[in-house]
Design a protein around this ligand. Structure first.
Ligand SMILES: [Mg+2]
Length: 347
């Protein structure tokens, strides 16, 4: 059994999993759709539509986040945000989360409480009414947060990636490149002399670039925009997790179309990002095109049907792949090569 921390505060190891859960439960958000919440062998959630939309997402220390950069609160928030975005990207509304957490025995209970606070406030801000209906807690050397999310289609058809048609307009709700700009700042200004994440540099970075660092560590996807897109007649949709070019390419491939991005719209996105992060101005367009993790909703709409809150980025035409102003995307983005080299460092 692990001792308490040096200052005597209880840890997961010293308190035990059962006591830790008792501390966490009251802080978790309650789910409006829960007919039976945590405390029994399983939860029961209402499924008004009769169909259940399900997705899961795993955050593992190392590849997915660094404790030196992400606070436990950030981690809880991000776990909620990324999962909620996948339900929104189907045109559905999220209803409930199940959270499985593995943490080192030395983890202070206060950190687990902060993680629960992040989950609660992330749900409250992004998808009010969504709550945690169950989960599990275990000790493990590697901090891991596994969330499964449930959603409801409200008697609409789901918006798949495959429904886009030539003539549709491509549009985005949410930011492009801001999370990647935050990550670039972390790699440049919150590492030690060996290039390893360094928590001691975080307070200065957070005070100077709060919005961009938060875009990476605790993103705010436009969850409600998923339902809006479905109601407006969106023909295809996904959330941008791996970058605009890559994810637009996924819609193009699934829908059997070419997506032609508008150079002027991209320039406007890049200019807005450059204004927010002047030191990254030379890479702004590459960050807009290649930066993931903002989880903005990228959707195709019939002409004239783009709803409020979406910015037009281009259109769907006959063909395959993704172009910018009709030209090969790789040829028109200055700094693209260096961006790809840099992005490799994120692991
Ligand atoms: Mg997704």
């Amino acid at each position: 059994v692990q001792a308490a921390t040096d200052d005597g505060a209880p840890t997961l190891g010293s308190a035990g999993e059962r006591a830790a859960l008792q501390r966490i439960f009251p802080r978790l958000p309650a789910a409006e759709h829960a007919l039976l919440g945590p405390g029994d062998d399983a939860a029961i959630v209402a499924a008004p539509d009769g169909r259940v939309v399900i997705s899961t997402d795993l955050l593992v220390h190392g590849p997915d986040f660094r404790r030196a950069w992400s606070s436990p609160y950030d981690l809880g928030w991000k776990a909620a945000a990324t999962n909620l975005a996948d339900i929104a990207a189907m045109g559905a509304v999220p209803t409930a989360l199940v959270v499985a957490l593995a943490a080192p025995a030395s983890t202070p209970l206060a950190d687990l409480e902060a993680l629960a606070d992040g989950l609660r406030e992330g749900c409250a801000a992004l998808a009010p009414g969504v709550g945690v209906v169950g989960g599990d807690l275990s000790a493990s050397p590697t901090l891991t947060v596994a969330v499964t999310v449930f959603g409801d289609l409200e008697e609409r058809e789901a918006v798949l990636r495959s429904g886009g048609r030539p003539g549709d307009v491509l549009a985005i709700a949410g930011s492009l490149g801001r999370a990647a700009a935050g990550l670039a700042l972390l790699f440049e200004r919150a590492v030690d002399e060996h290039g390893e994440p360094d928590a001691r540099r975080m307070p200065a970075l957070r005070s100077k670039h709060a919005a961009l660092v938060e875009a990476q560590l605790a993103p705010r996807p436009a969850i409600a925009a998923g339902r809006l897109a479905a109601l407006a007649g969106a023909t295809a949709m996904l959330d941008v997790s791996d970058g605009l070019l890559l994810d637009a390419g996924r819609i193009a491939e699934a829908s059997g179309v070419r997506i032609d991005l508008d150079a002027g719209a991209l320039a406007a996105e890049a200019a807005a990002l450059a204004e927010e992060a002047p030191t990254l101005a030379d890479r702004a367009l590459a960050l807009v095109l290649g930066g993931g993790e903002d989880h903005g909703l990228l959707a195709a709409f019939p002409p004239g049907a783009v709803p409020h809150g979406y910015r037009v980025l281009g259109r769907l035409v006959d063909g395959a792949g993704v172009t910018v102003g009709g030209r090969d995307s790789g040829a028109v983005v200055p700094g693209w090569d260096s961006f790809e080299a840099w992005d490799g460092r994120t692991g």
